[in-house]
Design a protein around this ligand. Structure first.
Ligand SMILES: C[S@@+](CC[C@H](N)C(=O)[O-])C[C@H]1O[C@@H](n2cnc3c(N)ncnc32)[C@H](O)[C@@H]1O
Length: 353
């Protein structure tokens, strides 16, 4: 996890439609777009920001292999956005909190004279982090953006959500954000030097001699919380088996789309190269399962385990079917075998976040 110095635009608060109108999350009808809505452009935020109207109350989604995916920038992001995924993201939110001893971030935001007025949560997902941040900093305006409209309609007044593609040009003001947060976004962007804040910062460098930290307010922070999609074993090498095969295949498929999962370990260097200062890295062990003897670690494993089964399917389904041409039954079998290995705990597996 890294944080560093340095970068919101207006957007009309979109009062959002009901979270999920699907009747059957395991309806296997392929690519049923279920459109009942149009996605008109808004005027406030970037050209690429949208608010969603749902004339019929049905939100546009694509269904494939029993999972639901976003329609906006369809196919760009390979993980689902259905109820099962929303629950997984919230369980993983709990894991990140546990890894950070209950804190939402490690950057010393709001401390020592640092003012929290504008906060941006890139790829906000369920918006839970943004909502909790808005509650913790009631004087700050917190924006969460995402390709999918899966955030609840009951956010605090100082928290807004935008449907946006952060790989498109930004129109957020420069020198604006006191805190930018990115979490669990490995596999989302094609080029981490050219994406989100870092992309903009580098572009600013290329286009002019201005300092590169364009969207972060002076003295502001940016924090990445992520994991490399590499599993480690407390016993040494990862045993050959389903887990090892699973990660190999999912990583290979992601890489071939140009959106690698191996991002976290590269962030420190990228931030420094982009001109950020006071870069701090904190590494935490995220145990898979209940194998740790240490009580804190075991508890983190316990919290994570709730979302883990779902995570195996979420990461593999679209990548292995769309990219590697597998069918759903093959994916299911591999996921089951991998989950079984985790449950057995013999490999003492962990990820590094
Ligand atoms: C694994 S989820 C993480 C969500 C949230 N940050 C969290 O930690 O719970 C990744 C999120 O990034 C969003 N995303 C992926 N590509 C994006 C893009 N180009 N622009 C905006 N959001 C994007 C996805 O829709 C998804 O909700």
């Amino acid at each position: 996890m890294s944080d560093s110095h340095q970068s919101m635009p207006p957007s009309p608060p979109s009062q959002l439609p009901a979270l999920d109108t699907e009747a059957d999350p395991h309806d296997y009808s392929d690519v049923d777009s279920g459109f009942g809505a149009s996605i008109p452009r808004t005027t406030g935020a970037s050209e690429n920001s949208y608010s969603v109207t749902t004339g019929s109350g049905v939100y546009p989604y694509v269904y494939e292999n029993g999972r639901r995916y976003q329609v906006y920038r369809e196919g760009v992001y390979m993980l689902p956005n259905d109820v099962e995924e929303i629950e997984r993201l919230d369980r993983f939110h709990d894991v990140f909190l546990a890894l950070l001893d209950g804190k939402l971030c490690i950057a010393p935001v709001g401390q020592g004279g640092h003012r929290m007025r504008h906060v941006l949560d890139i790829g906000t997902g369920t918006g839970t982090w943004a909502i909790e941040m808005a509650e913790e900093f009631p004087d700050a305006k917190v924006i969460g953006n995402d390709l999918s409209k899966i955030q609840p309609p009951w956010a605090p007044k100082n928290c807004e959500f935008e449907i946006d593609d952060v790989e498109s040009d930004w129109t957020y003001p420069e020198n604006h954000f006191d805190f930018i947060h990115l979490r669990s976004l490995s596999g989302c962007f094609k080029d981490w030097d050219m994406s989100s804040t870092v992309r903009w910062d580098l572009r600013a460098v290329h286009q002019s001699d201005e300092p590169p930290l364009s969207h972060t307010a002076p003295g502001g922070y940016i924090e990445f919380q992520d994991y490399d999609a590499i599993l480690n074993s407390a016993l040494g090498a990862i045993p050959d088996g389903a887990i090892s095969r699973y990660w190999g295949l999912v990583s290979e498929a992601a890489l071939s789309t140009g959106r690698t999962f191996q991002v976290a370990s590269t962030i420190e260097e990228r931030l420094k190269a982009a001109g950020f200062v006071d870069v701090t890295v904190r590494k935490e062990m995220w145990p898979m399962g209940l194998w740790p003897k240490d009580e804190r670690m075991k508890e983190i494993g316990r919290i994570g385990r709730i979302g883990l089964r779902s995570a195996f399917h979420a990461f593999a389904t679209a990548l292995l079917t769309r990219v590697l041409g597998w069918d759903k039954a093959e994916v299911e079998k591999l996921c089951q075998e991998a989950i079984q290995e985790v449950n057995e705990g013999s490999g003492q597996l962990y990820a590094t976040a």
